[in-house]
Design a protein around this ligand. Sequence first.
Ligand SMILES: Nc1ncnc2c1ncn2[C@@H]1O[C@H](COP(=O)(O)OP(=O)(O)OP(=O)(O)O)[C@@H](O)[C@H]1O
Ligand SMILES: Cc1ncc(COP(=O)(O)O)c(N)n1
Length: 268
Amino acid sequence: MNNKLMTTLSIAGTDPTGGAGVSVDMKVFQSRGVYGMGVTTSVIAQNTLGVQQIHHLPLDIIEAQLNSVFDDITPDAIKTGMIATKDMMEVVLPYIQNGDIPYVSDPVMIAKSGDALIEEETVNILVNQLLPNATVVTPNIPEAERITNMKIETLDDIKLCGKRFIEEIGCESVVVKGGHLQGDATDYLFIKGQEMIVLNGERFDTEHTHGTGCTFSSVITSELAKGHNIEDAVRIAKAYIEAAIKHTPELGHGRGPVNHFAYSSNDE
Ligand SMILES: Nc1ncnc2c1ncn2[C@@H]1O[C@H](COP(=O)(O)OP(=O)(O)OP(=O)(O)O)[C@@H](O)[C@H]1O
Ligand SMILES: Cc1ncc(COP(=O)(O)O)c(N)n1
């Protein structure tokens, strides 16, 4: 790849303990050798034990942050995480509608602690407005079920769900993450016009998976910014998250974060 420093932007909520949201995205961007930028949507008092308080930032300061970035340093790839309200999604929409910039959507809905992170009414605008612009969408099983309005229990369900993301919603690709299923941690990648790609992964018997979704989607964003194609970007993300979960730093008194030093292959 080339030597130019590529830039990435995360639009997401915060976690003062650094396990999820904008701060973890910055750690991932740094570890993947891209220049990370972050726009905060909501400030959240949370830790490995759960969510204590949520404060949604006013729309004008979210928009002002977006303008600060886009007026100055155009990102080479963008990701969105927690965007809690319909109005916030409307503010973000024009910035991800630039078809030339790869856009990764991590459709964050409920934290692993069980706390709701977005309002119910956002799902329609997420599905009808944001997701059709997505280069990659990274739902876990409950998110995929909610977005495609179906129950996912079998491999056939996963295939139908993938088809809905691509053909009905209009995403370029989707990774249905199997972290919430039983057995191996297998993810399923669907790219428009291609057969399903199965990404096998070992499941580690650990509770320390806070921020796995944020981490996974940020690696994909970094690799797309560097010019990798979707399949390669997702494969690198899978290897990264596997190492990060395998070597969790065992921090906190609850569901701890993963290890962003663990994946050492920097040569892609
Ligand atoms: N215990 C585990 N062992 C190995 N891999 C795992 C485990 N749990 C999740 N993964 C992997 O981590 C990645 C993220 O999946 P997961 O289903 O945890 O996302 P998520 O629920 O959206 O995360 P978050 O709630 O942090 O946003 C996927 O590649 C998944 O297969
Ligand atoms: C700001 C923010 N974004 C995403 C998550 C989901 O991560 P998890 O489900 O691992 O708690 C979170 N807790 N906080």
